[in-house]
Design a protein around this ligand. Sequence first.
Ligand SMILES: [Zn+2]
Length: 259
Amino acid sequence: MSVFESFRDKIFRVADPDARVRVSREEINSFARSGNDFIRIPQGQEVIVREVFLLDNGAAAGRIFALAQAADGSALGWTSTRNLAGSFRNETLGLVKPGRGAGRFGPNAAWSRGKYLGQIELVKIVSTDLKIRHIALGTIDDYTTMSVAAAEAGIRLTVNSGFRSYPEQKFLWDGYQRKLPGFNLAAKPGISNHQSGIAFDLDVAGGPGNQTYDWLAMRGPDFGFFRTVNREFWHWECDPIRARQLASINTFKTSNVIV
Ligand SMILES: [Zn+2]
């Protein structure tokens, strides 16, 4: 399995009863027809995804399309990944390398404790809300290993927020400072652990009592993940060395410091 393109070599099932086929990659907004009828992939059909296409650079929710093929090799066509069971949540869709000459405020610039660390490689991942988020390449093996173990226990982990660039953190900080609706606690740009790539906001609903949260609390440290912020049940950090140290003395303390 490719860690950058987790959808390869997997079988997906069409869940939507109205899974329409698009005309082509070039005409992705038009539905294919046979006479007066739309062409659909039957509900329950198992498909392999040969290619993925992110419309508008993948920034908007629900704009991910898959070139679906039947298991017998026959082509079915392009369709929205929303039509597939799970809607492609948690699939990785490729590597994002730093651009030539990218600076400290660029999309791949990592920061820690107010200092610019340099450029890092990122992996695109489909988030809980079907938008594309980024996670640091250095954490992908740990996250994937954990999410596969979770899936075996019937838990689907998904990411609400992973790596953030300086402008993204600034946007969240500004919203938090101005108490705008929909904005959570956010650290000042430059000091968020989302900017170094170790922080993951995971979908745990209300926290304790939620089955995903309870699984993470029990098993997360085995995979290098633990909580660090008192009021943020969703905020987990990936640091396998520290997780092992903390596990050995059986203490995972959170603090009031927002990171
Ligand atoms: Zn967070």
